[in-house]
Ligand binder design. Structure first.
Ligand SMILES: [Zn+2]
Length: 271
């Protein structure tokens, strides 16, 4: 069958409403894979609520769910925070999505809202309708007045967790944390400036120990990355002239099932 006649992987995975009846396993990479045996993040827990339940993306590997329990318990000890509001993890069987993300495919990525939870008894409907808050100013070059020390502490706790590979957040937030941190700076290495990510931050977990089909991303460069983040901010404030020799951005072809790790076929077929 020519590739053009195959259904797109995002349609196959997007149609699955339940996890596969298999042992938990992430297969492939964060932006090209799927997940077996996913676990649902309970819609409400002692220190979290899953948001936008209609998206059905509160599914992850067991280690991811454990991480969310732990980080949200830490957040709940911060003044003004009842815990965490959790955005997208992955679809029940992971895989590409019809909207929203390129990664989040293997149950090892989590979006966490910047909005400090004042309550953990939001109804389903309220969870569809309330919005997070943006923490950025000047197109992401700086944090705004909604940034708090608690954001710093929660991001620091996440980045200090050995299960975490990296965290994506807007450049102004990284520079702010670089400037404010007076103690150990090693954790800043995992805080990676990225586009967007001012309504939420994105935690990417390392492949679980022994997960042989899971493909880790290369570690961030050595050092705290603060100079690079400052350079990104400088480029936001004073954009350099466009490079006439820059390669044209490639248009990415959408994945079909045969592009994904071979285990993903069984993940789809499982009842
Ligand atoms: Zn994300």
């Amino acid at each position: 069958m020519p590739a053009s006649a195959e259904p797109l992987a995002k349609q196959l995975f997007g149609a699955k409403k339940t996890p596969s009846n298999q042992q938990p396993a992430p297969y492939g990479g964060y932006a090209k894979g799927c997940q077996a045996g996913a676990v649902e993040l309970p819609e409400t827990g002692p220190t979290w609520q899953a948001m936008r339940l209609s998206r059905n993306r509160n599914w992850g590997q067991p280690s991811t769910i454990a991480f969310i329990r732990d980080l949200s318990a830490f957040a709940a000890r911060q003044p003004g925070w009842k815990g965490l509001y959790i955005g997208d993890i992955s679809q029940p069987r992971g895989g590409p999505m019809t909207s929203g993300h390129r990664s989040h495919q293997i149950g090892m990525d989590v979006d966490i809202w910047m909005l400090p939870p004042q309550r953990l008894d939001l109804s389903r409907k309220q969870r569809e309708n309330i919005s997070s808050i943006s923490l950025r100013r000047a197109k992401g070059a700086y944090t705004n007045n909604s940034w708090t020390r608690q954001h710093h502490e929660i991001l620091k706790a996440a980045a200090s967790d050995p299960r975490v590979a990296r965290i994506f957040v807007f450049p102004g937030a990284k520079v702010r944390m670089c400037n404010d941190e007076k103690g150990n700076r090693a954790w800043l290495r995992k805080i990676r400036p990225w586009w967007g990510h001012h309504y939420h931050f994105h935690v990417r977990l390392k492949c679980p120990r022994g997960a042989r089909g899971c493909v880790d991303q290369a570690a961030p460069p050595a050092g705290d990355g603060c100079k690079d983040a400052q350079q990104w901010v400088n480029n936001i404030l004073n954009p350099p002239p466009p490079d006439p020799n820059a390669p044209k951005p490639k248009k990415r072809r959408e994945y079909v099932l045969s592009d994904l790790p071979k285990q993903c076929a069984a993940v789809l077929q499982s009842r």
